[in-house]
Write a protein that binds this ligand. Structure first.
Ligand code: HEC
Length: 190
């Protein structure tokens, strides 16, 4: 019995080492190269400076209608949120004005009183919302919803229309409360 066990394990070792040799000299023929279209469908990130914003445009008025249709069920009719699960995305609590979050961390952070970049709204809504069907909005619809959210948060006028150039130009009320992490060295992601 002992002899048989020793024999089995030495066969296992032999096959392991021959597999390893084969591994270095052989391709597995698994998968295929992604097509440019498949890469483009996933490569949708928009930087804080607006790099990557697509063609298209949308108005606040179109955004109002889309919001009622596709967003209000979770975020409330006026974007006031449905606690504790669905965050408020509209609203500027007067107590939070002036960036009072250090004094009271419980104050509600919304797009208008906190977010440093308007372009993040486009990026986030396009990739993640509506929560039940992410990726289902057209670029024009995302511009319209971004316009509505900015207008409802009193950042742009109610008759505004947004495209790549005008969205890049929007300055958020508290953008200057954030600084770039310009530390050098250490891990790339801190
Ligand atoms: C099925 C429910 C649901 C629907 C519909 C929905 N959302 Fe959301 N939304 C959520 C949840 C849940 C979160 C929080 C996600 C998280 O924190 O990971 C969220 C977060 C957000 C945020 C980020 C809020 C913040 O301050 O962090 C934005 C902006 C947003 N949604 C916009 C939209 C827009 C625009 C629509 C309509 C196209 C929409 N949502 C539709 C559930 C929903």
């Amino acid at each position: 019995m002992r002899g048989a066990l020793v024999l089995v394990s030495s066969i296992a070792l032999a096959s392991c080492s021959s597999d390893r040799n084969a591994e270095s000299s052989r391709h597995y023929d698994l998968g295929r190269a992604a097509t440019p279209q498949e890469i483009a469908a996933l490569d949708v990130d928009v930087g804080p400076d607006g790099e990557g914003l697509p063609a298209g445009s949308g108005t606040v008025a179109q955004g109002v209608a889309l919001f009622a249709q596709k967003c209000a069920v979770c975020h409330g009719a006026r974007g006031e949120g449905i606690p504790p699960t669905y965050p408020a995305i509209v609203g500027r609590d007067p107590k939070a004005e002036g960036f009072q979050f250090g004094k009271d961390p419980k104050l509600n952070r919304t797009i208008g009183n906190y977010w440093p970049y308007a372009t993040t709204i486009f990026d986030y809504v396009r990739r993640a919302m509506p929560h039940s069907a992410p990726g289902s909005l057209t670029n024009g619809e995302v511009y319209a919803l971004t316009a509505y959210l900015l207008a409802a948060n009193q950042v742009i006028p109610m008759d505004a229309s947004l495209d790549a150039a005008s969205l890049k130009a929007v300055k958020m009320p508290y953008a200057d409360r954030f600084v770039r992490d310009n530390r050098r060295g250490g891990r790339e992601v801190k």
